[in-house]
Design a protein around this ligand. Structure first.
Ligand SMILES: C[S@@+](CC[C@H](N)C(=O)[O-])C[C@H]1O[C@@H](n2cnc3c(N)ncnc32)[C@H](O)[C@@H]1O
Length: 213
C-alpha cells in the first residue's frame, strides 16, 4: 500500500473511532468484548514485571489506566490516532501520558520501553510496519503482547468498512501472527485464544513476543 493510501485509511479509521467514542465505554460491550483480552495483557505485564509500558491504539484509555492503577509501573503511555478517543482517555487519568500517534510511527527512541501492548486494534494497522516499530522501541528482553480478533473467516463488517478506503482491515490467523512476529525479529513466547464470558462468533487471540536479549 502506498503512503497516501495508508494515510487515507488511517484518516477513515480515526474519524470512525472519534464518532464511536461516546458509545465505547458501555458496560456490556466492555465486559463481553474488550475486557477479557485486557485481563490477559495485564497478567502478562504483571508476570514480567514491566516498568515502562505503552498501550498502542489505547482508545478511551481503559487498559492504560488500569495498567497504571493495578501495576504502578514507572511510566505508562497511551497512544491513539483518534482525537475523540483520546479526549475521553484524557478525562480518565492524569498519570498516564496520552499521545496522538499512529502505531506505525511511534514517538519513542530506540529501546525506550520494556513493554508494548495493543488490544482489539491490530487488524487496523499496517502490521509489518507496526511490529517493526514495536521492535525498535523495545529494549532487548522487552515484551510485546498483541490481542487481535481472530475469526475463522473474514469479519465482513470490518472488511466492508475499511474496503471503501482501499485497504481492507485484516485479522490474521494464529499462524500468520506467528510469522509476522518472527518476521519482525521477535521470539514468540505464548499464543492462545482468549476466553470470553459469553460465546461470540469472533474472539481474540493473544500473541506474546520477546525481543531477544
Ligand atoms: C476497537 S478500539 C480499541 C481500543 C482499545 N485498545 C481497547 O482495547 O479498548 C480501536 C482503536 O484503534 C485506533 N487505531 C486504529 N488504527 C490505528 C493506528 N494505525 N494507530 C493508532 N491507533 C489506531 C482507533 O482510533 C481506535 O481508538
Amino acid at each position: 500500500m502506498s503512503t497516501a493510501q495508508r494515510r487515507g485509511f488511517n484518516d477513515a479509521i480515526t474519524s470512525f473511532w472519534s464518532f464511536a467514542a461516546p458509545a465505547y465505554d458501555q458496560g456490556c460491550l466492555q465486559r463481553w468484548v474488550y475486557r477479557p483480552a485486557q485481563d490477559e495483557v495485564v497478567a502478562q505485564l504483571r508476570q514480567r514485571g514491566s516498568r515502562a509500558i505503552a498501550d498502542i491504539a489505547c482508545g478511551t484509555g481503559i487498559l492504560a489506566d488500569r495498567i497504571e492503577r493495578d501495576l504502578r509501573p514507572d511510566e505508562v503511555y497511551g497512544l491513539d490516532m483518534s482525537a475523540g478517543m483520546l479526549a475521553q482517555a484524557g478525562k480518565r487519568s492524569d498519570r498516564v501520558r496520552w499521545m496522538s500517534a499512529p502505531a506505525e510511527e511511534l514517538p519513542f527512541q530506540d529501546g525506550f520501553l520494556d513493554a508494548v501492548v495493543t488490544t482489539s486494534a491490530f487488524h487496523f494497522f499496517d502490521q509489518p510496519a507496526a511490529l517493526a516499530e514495536f521492535y525498535r522501541v523495545l529494549t532487548p528482553g522487552g515484551m510485546v503482547a498483541v490481542t487481535t480478533m481472530s475469526p475463522r473467516r473474514t469479519f465482513l463488517p470490518l472488511h466492508a468498512l475499511s474496503a471503501g478506503v482501499g485497504a481492507p482491515a485484516h485479522s490474521p490467523t494464529e499462524t500468520e501472527m506467528r510469522a509476522l512476529f518472527e518476521g519482525a525479529g521477535f521470539t514468540v513466547a505464548e499464543q492462545h485464544r482468549v476466553r470470553r464470558p459469553v460465546w461470540t462468533p469472533i474472539s481474540d487471540v493473544i500473541t506474546v513476543g520477546v525481543k531477544p536479549a
